[in-house]
Design a protein around this ligand. Structure first.
Ligand code: ACM
Length: 270
């Protein structure tokens, strides 16, 4: 199976320019089965006013940007996961969509919001769901969801092969942590990060690139630069994600002791 990421710089509130940038890069790519594109790829990230979201967010799946993604998926005969600034009535969600040659498949609304996202977006409420992409089981998470291993685990225990992770990373820990997510769940992960410095009024953020694909045996089989537009597609062997034994007697899921983990599902005050 051929999977990979597209790394680029979206322009704040310029949906037309953003889909043009994505389209140009994606069309230049070799054949892929699954391509992951960064978080909030239609809108950019550094909002200071809800009016900016009003201008750029769209209803999913009927909006302009998602329809254009479907056109690209159809032309390339591959599946695409891409971050979308979603509008639903008066609310906004930091979402990602899965589209394929046959059209729109599904969306995921980011559950764990990062920093100022809490000023603009509602958190998603799942459920964690897997989707079939050419015989693989694919789960979707968005950026800051990475720091909650419970999120990846909730997908992995359902049989996830590949985590499609759309990001706008500003801290530098995630790429290392995703190797651990890969090992502890014996899955492939595809993290697609954006690049560039985005400034809006007083706020300026630097997005660090380094998009990557990680494997169950802890390898990074693709890794992008910090600041260049890139598309990388690599071949993966799904069999690697289906063998959950790490030794003759250690199956990473059968060895779990959920009866010891009840504190994890209790609501606690902090
Ligand atoms: C992030 O969740 N965009 C850091």
């Amino acid at each position: 199976m051929k999977v990979g990421f597209l790394q680029f710089q979206p322009i704040l509130c310029d949906v037309e320019e953003n889909i043009n940038r994505i389209s140009k890069l994606a069309k230049s790519a070799q054949k892929f089965d699954l391509l992951v594109i960064p978080e909030l790829a239609n809108s950019g990230y550094v909002f200071v006013d809800k009016k900016e979201l009003e201008q750029t967010a769209e209803e999913v799946p009927t909006g302009y940007f998602v329809n254009k993604l479907v056109e690209i998926a159809s032309e390339k005969d591959g599946y695409i996961v891409c971050g979308v600034c979603e509008k639903k009535g008066e609310f906004f969600f930091n979402s990602s969509v899965l589209v394929g040659p046959e059209g729109y498949v599904a969306k995921y609304r980011k559950i764990h919001l990062f920093d100022r996202e809490k000023l603009f977006f509602e958190p998603g409420d799942g459920p964690f769901t897997l989707y079939n992409v050419r015989g693989s089981k694919v789960g979707l998470l968005i950026c800051w969801d990475w720091i909650f291993p419970e999120a990846t685990r909730s997908l992995a225990i359902q049989g996830m092969d590949i985590l499609a992770h759309s990001t706008n990373l500003v801290l530098s820990y995630c790429q290392t942590a995703m190797i651990t997510r890969s090992i502890e769940n014996q899955i492939f992960t595809i993290t697609s990060n954006r690049i560039g410095i985005e400034t809006n009024g007083e706020i300026s953020l630097h997005f660090k690139g380094h998009s990557q694909v990680t494997t169950p045996d802890s390898e990074r089989i693709a890794q992008a630069s910090t600041d260049i537009y890139e598309i990388q597609i690599v071949e993966i062997d799904l069999k690697k994600a289906r063998d959950k034994f790490l030794s003759e007697r250690n199956h990473i899921f059968k060895d779990r002791r959920p009866e010891m983990y009840n504190l994890l599902t209790e609501k606690k005050e902090f």
